[in-house]
Design a protein around this ligand. Structure first.
Ligand SMILES: [Zn+2]
Length: 108
């Protein structure tokens, strides 16, 4: 009886094939401050582009014109401060490597 009392949330999370969101949160927690900022800006950029796309759907094209360039700009910014190390574990990376060979963290 006590065994079946385990919270269903944990089971659900374990079953998820992709854990992008959870992984992102975990990555953010592990990050040094600069890396954290990069990830937050990337997420913010994606979010802003999503708002822009919403503008197309709803016919509010000013949203699209305002938010898509902004979102692209915000998500491009962190590239400038890329240091050539993994954002999660800080092991050196080749510029072309999108995923850290050591810890598997996506460099986005
Ligand atoms: Zn790494």
């Amino acid at each position: 009886m006590t065994e079946s009392a385990s919270p269903p949330v944990i089971v659900k999370a374990r079953k998820a094939p992709r854990m992008t969101y959870k992984q992102e949160i975990q990555t953010i927690k592990n990050l040094p401050r600069a890396g954290r900022l990069i990830v937050i800006m990337k997420i913010a950029g994606v979010f802003l582009v999503a708002i822009g796309l919403e503008g197309i759907v709803t016919g509010m094209y000013w949203l699209t014109l305002a938010f898509i360039p902004l979102g692209v700009f915000v998500s491009m910014l962190p590239i400038r401060i890329k240091t050539g190390v993994c954002i999660a574990c800080r092991s050196p990376l080749e510029p072309s490597q999108a995923i850290c060979p050591k810890c598997g963290a996506p460099q986005m």
